[in-house]
Ligand binder design. Structure first.
Ligand code: ES4
Ligand code: ZN
Length: 319
């Protein structure tokens, strides 16, 4: 089934398929520590978030030019269209590229080239969310925000990602304040591997309007009550949670319980090239593993538009 849906939790670097990685490696003269795409795919057995991040940042070494970023985004959009995606709010990690000497303008303008023609080519409206790496310093995040200033017309929101434990949202209070003053909207990963307290901090200290993951809110009934009352959307990524071992099996994923509790849940793919499926595949997987019926799947698809940054006519068009 291919319900029209919005994808709200998608790292564009996480859509780098092994085939494209090898193509770009050859084009840019980058030597990869894998013999071929099969050997690379065999390395996709992760113990936790960090073991995934190590491989993920390593493979980004193949991305160099505007063309590379445009091709990466174009490949995702073409694929997303086949999965019923009508709107995509796309994360990117500028620091993972600037730290390798790739200018932030190359990243943003390359991605923007594919995004600008996405509605016409693929029927998908798009916007960009610039993420700060939370395991880097707040100063580095502030420098990144500063460096993005010439490109701000291309950026809708800021986000926070990478290794969560030990890097609470409050570390980025000033950066989010500065982003807010620039008119950017705000989201943050919280409660993926970090505790429920990080979800509260993301709301209270950073002022985010959406929580990415938020899985661990289920350990804190008072927090669940608040998220329900305030209609805070959660961008859940069930296949990611299985691959990174936040849950043991998809059958044990709390998605159905979270919906029953009244949480505003959405289902997303996170890093689909690494976690075994794009967002349509993810809908299919939760249908099979959790027995979510058609009504629940429709609710998830509807929620994805409600939780998106689209409003009014734009939202009606996308649905
Ligand atoms: C990520 Cl699954 C996940 N969690 C945190 N940061 C990320 N960056 C890319 N994928
Ligand atoms: Zn994520």
């Amino acid at each position: 089934m291919s319900l029209p849906k919005a994808e709200l939790h998608l790292h564009i670097e996480g859509t780098l398929e092994p085939e494209l990685a090898f193509t770009l490696a050859a084009r840019n003269g980058v030597e990869l520590p894998y013999k071929d795409t099969e050997e690379l795919r065999r390395a996709y057995l992760f113990q936790d978030l960090q073991s995934f991040l190590d491989l993920y940042y390593g493979l980004m070494a193949v991305l160099h030019t505007e063309d590379d970023f445009a091709e990466l985004a174009e490949a995702y959009l073409a694929r997303a269209a086949t999965q019923g995606v009508r709107h995509a709010e796309i994360f990117f990690d500028p620091q993972a590229h600037t730290s390798r000497g790739v200018p932030i303008g190359t990243v943003i303008e390359g991605l923007a080239r594919a995004l600008d023609r996405s509605l016409e080519r693929h029927g998908i409206s798009t916007l960009l969310i610039m993420c700060f790496l939370r395991d880097e310093s707040a100063e580095s995040a502030m420098e990144t925000l500063d460096a993005a200033k010439p490109h701000l017309h291309r950026i809708a929101a800021v986000g926070l990602d990478s290794a969560e434990a030990g890097h609470p949202p409050s570390k980025f209070r000033e950066v989010y304040k500065a982003a807010d003053a620039l008119g950017l909207r705000k989201v943050a990963h919280a409660g993926e591997e970090g505790p429920p307290a990080y979800i509260r901090e993301a709301l209270d200290v950073l002022g985010v309007e959406r929580i990415d993951h938020g899985l661990r809110c289920m350990e804190d009934p008072e927090l669940v009550e608040r998220l329900v009352r305030e209609r805070v959307p959660l961008t859940l990524c069930p296949l990611s949670n299985v691959r990174l071992r936040a849950v043991d099996t998809l059958e044990e994923h709390p998605l159905a319980r979270m919906m029953d509790a009244g949480l505003l849940c959405t289902v997303n793919s996170d890093d689909p090239a690494y976690f075994g499926g794009y967002v349509g595949d993810t809908f299919h997987a939760v249908h099979e593993a959790l027995g979510l019926g058609e009504e629940r799947l429709r609710e998830l698809a509807r929620n994805s538009f409600v939780a998106s940054f689209l409003e009014g006519d734009e939202e009606r068009r996308a649905r």
